[in-house]
Design a protein around this ligand. Structure first.
Ligand code: NAD
Length: 246
């Protein structure tokens, strides 16, 4: 129960890594606050987490809408009095090679993967600064370390998230708030569903564990970084890729 009674907010938690993280946090004793733009998936995600002794609340929020973020954060503060953990997990891809990428594809990915991380963190950090404690975890990617073919927008957003992490670790660290980033390799979720099987097999072949990761394997890392076991870890970027990039 490493997160006992901690109030933990996970964005994009109706599916994939976000849902696995919310589940792990609930198992570790946290009060879990879900948020996603997909109301139907969110409802079933919340149902799947309900268990004796588990507190789960869910908000249908589009993370690109600052007014919705502010209303949600105010409501969570009102209900629980604090926010101990924020996982900026919501993310999308809209891939195209440089000359084919539309401005809309570029803007859409930057809005969800980068600008929303700024907006959510600004809203939640105000609460954490009042309580002088907290842990903020940002979803980057191995693509945010090395770039990737066809992912100009996604790579820029994930490199940007690492820049946020190192900046906020300096700004918020002295106030008792730790900020870290996680860089998953290729993890079996819906975000990979548009990628052809031949390419996915290439990912498996390049990974030194010869497979893709599972959402739970990233969730375990978020749980560790959110917990007091990681009390001296700040501003780091932790790769969870099975050794993809060595
Ligand atoms: P996913 O597509 O399975 O889940 C993403 C969730 O975010 C969905 O429930 C979706 O509805 C939600 N979401 C998307 N846009 C939103 C918005 N505007 N407002 C609110 N919710 C929104 O994706 P995943 O694979 O679980 O990825 C989670 C995070 O991990 C992302 O930031 C992704 O970039 C990162 N990541 C994933 C992988 C991978 O291989 N799966 C690798 C590296 C990094």
């Amino acid at each position: 129960m490493r997160l006992k009674d901690k109030v933990a907010l996970v964005t994009g938690s109706a599916a994939g890594i976000g849902l696995a993280t919310a589940r792990k946090f609930a198992q570790e004793g946290a009060v879990v606050v879900l948020c996603d733009r997909d109301a139907q998936a969110l409802e079933s995600a919340a149902q799947s987490l309900h268990a004796p002794g588990v507190t789960v609340v869910a908000y249908t929020v589009d993370v690109t809408d600052r007014a919705q973020i502010d209303a949600m954060v105010a409501d969570v503060k009102h209900r629980f009095g604090r926010i101990d953990v924020l996982v900026n997990n919501a993310g999308i891809t809209k891939d195209a090679k440089l000359l084919r990428m539309t401005e809309q594809q570029f803007d859409d990915v930057i809005d969800v993967n980068l600008k929303a991380v700024f907006n959510f963190t600004q809203a939640v950090a105000a609460v954490m600064l009042e309580q002088e404690s907290g842990a903020i975890l940002n979803a980057s990617s191995v693509v945010g370390l090395y770039g990737n073919y066809g992912q100009t927008n996604y790579a820029a957003s994930k490199f940007g998230v690492i820049g946020f992490t190192k900046t906020w670790a300096r700004e918020l660290g002295p106030k008792g708030i730790r900020v870290n980033a996680v860089c998953p390799g290729f993890i079996e979720t819906d975000i990979l569903k548009s990628i052809p099987e031949k390419v996915l097999q290439g990912f498996r072949d390049h990974c030194w564990l010869r497979r893709m990761g599972k959402p739970e394997e990233v969730a375990n890392v978020y749980a560790f970084l959110a917990s007091d076991e990681a009390s001296f870890i700040n501003g780091t970027t932790l790769e969870v890729s099975g050794g993809l990039t060595i």
